[in-house]
Ligand binder design. Structure first.
Ligand SMILES: [Mg+2]
Length: 213
């Protein structure tokens, strides 16, 4: 008897549903603060007092009202002009090719409002993602204010969520594993059920190492 055994390369790949934040993960929000927001407050005699801060109130020592005054007009320009974070489009395309599902999960200001401003912001977000060739399977607009991504992660069966905001990380991590996308304001922030990535390459390497299903 003669047996022919065909050996095919058996490979096993675990596909995941990946949640991706926009501001601070895909979009260079911190750099925008250090440039555009900084110029605005400097003109009012308020220089940067903490360059690693997350909010304008902490970075420039201004009130929430003063910060909101800036954003009331600048938010539309920001939504259109903010730069993309290095490697985001390339590595997200690779993750898609690897077989993962990508859900963009943002709580961008105004984006979940049921009015004209909300519509305008959602359209700008879609346009920005398209302009920067960022691939995704679904776009979710979570409620603004912090802590609502916990719900959107659960509702969308997200296996791992990529996030920069310390507040969101703290609330999401007890329920859904989080990849902390490193920014100056989260550098010292470490809690359970998180992994730190310093770049999009780091994110890609890590996702293809973990198995959740
Ligand atoms: Mg963010």
């Amino acid at each position: 008897m003669f047996h022919v055994v065909i050996l095919t390369e058996l490979w096993y790949h675990v596909n995941m549903i990946i949640g991706v934040d926009i501001d601070g993960v895909l979009a260079q929000v911190h750099e925008w603060y250090l440039d555009d927001v900084a110029k605005y407050f400097l003109a009012q005699g308020k220089p940067i007092i903490d360059a690693t801060a997350y909010s304008a109130t902490d970075m420039f020592g201004v009130t929430r009202e003063q910060a909101n005054e800036y954003w009331d007009t600048a938010i539309w320009r920001y939504a259109k002009d903010v730069e993309v974070i290095d490697g985001a489009a390339e590595y997200m395309a690779m993750l898609k090719k690897d077989g993962h599902t990508i859900i963009i999960n943002t709580a961008r200001w105004l984006s979940n409002q049921d009015d004209k401003d909300g519509e305008r912001m959602r359209a700008l977000v879609r346009k920005w993602l398209l302009n920067h060739k960022i691939p995704y399977d679904k776009l979710v607009f979570a409620e603004f204010g912090g802590g609502n991504k916990m719900t959107s992660c659960r509702e969308n069966n997200i296996d791992v969520h990529i996030e920069d905001s310390p507040k969101e990380i703290e609330l999401v991590a007890p329920h859904t594993p989080v990849i902390i996308f490193e920014q100056p304001y989260n550098r010292d922030f470490n809690i359970q059920n998180t992994h730190r990535a310093r770049s999009w390459r780091d994110v890609h390497d890590y996702i293809n190492k973990i198995k959740t299903r």
